[in-house]
Design a binder for this molecule. Structure first.
Ligand code: ADP
Ligand code: 5GP
Length: 184
């Protein structure tokens, strides 16, 4: 009998470093896969449909919700984001670790569908550092950054509801803590 894989949820406010952590983790573990989300957000420069996201119209996204094709979904900064269910099931059945890098509302919903999921919350060293990282990334307008910071306050208040809290100050230490939580 093949052993079943596991669902890993990595969440935390925008700009905290989730994407950076995921990009470091994936090449280090060949049994770790990243779920590709659907979104109605416009692609950023360099983003590729089917690789970074499945870019959808609102109508297409709502059809996916109606057809129960999403494991979870949430509205974030004016756009829909959601996790396609089928690839998650496939990777877990293959015995792999499937990683969802998603915002906090969706992350809290995962428990209803996958009670055994391991849910990790990434915290910034401080709110000021979070703002610096969002601005330093240089990818979002001032309005988008303001929306994300406002939302971050509500999100940070929920961190204690997650299985493991990881402070992303030193990147390598944060990576090691995530690896410990997933693989130990
Ligand atoms: P998220 O995916 O959570 O929105 P990103 O991975 O895009 O966040 O990171 C936001 C910014 O913070 C990026 O410019 C990234 O290089 C930087 N960053 C991420 N982790 C660290 C860290 N441990 N120390 C310093 N800067 C970091
Ligand atoms: P961005 O627009 O910066 O790519 O993503 C904005 C936020 O949406 C991030 O916090 C990201 O983790 C989250 N996100 C990405 N995909 C999904 C998803 O499938 N579901 C949920 N709930 N959030 C997602």
């Amino acid at each position: 009998m093949t052993s079943l894989g596991k669902l890993i949820v990595l969440t935390g406010p925008s700009g905290v470093g989730k994407g950076t952590l995921v990009r470091a983790l994936l090449p280090r573990h060949d049994n770790l896969f990243l779920s590709i989300s659907a979104t109605t957000r416009q692609p950023r420069t360099g983003e590729i449909d089917g690789k970074d996201y499945f870019f959808k119209t609102r109508g297409e996204f709502e059809a996916m919700i109606a057809a129960s094709e999403l494991l979870e979904w949430a509205e974030y900064a004016g756009n829909y984001y959601g996790t396609p269910l089928a690839p998650v099931k496939t990777q877990i059945q293959r015995g792999n670790f499937m990683l969802l890098e998603i915002e906090v509302v969706g992350a809290t919903l995962v428990k209803e569908v996958f009670p055994d999921a391991l849910r990790l919350f990434v915290l910034p060293p401080s709110f000021e550092v979070l703002e610096q990282r969002l601005r330093g990334r240089g990818q979002d307008s001032d309005l988008a950054i303001a929306k994300r910071l406002e939302r971050a306050k509500e999100e940070l208040a929920l961190s204690h509801e997650f299985d493991v809290e990881i402070v992303n100050d030193d990147l390598e230490r944060a990576i090691a803590e995530i690896e410990q939580a997933i693989f130990a």
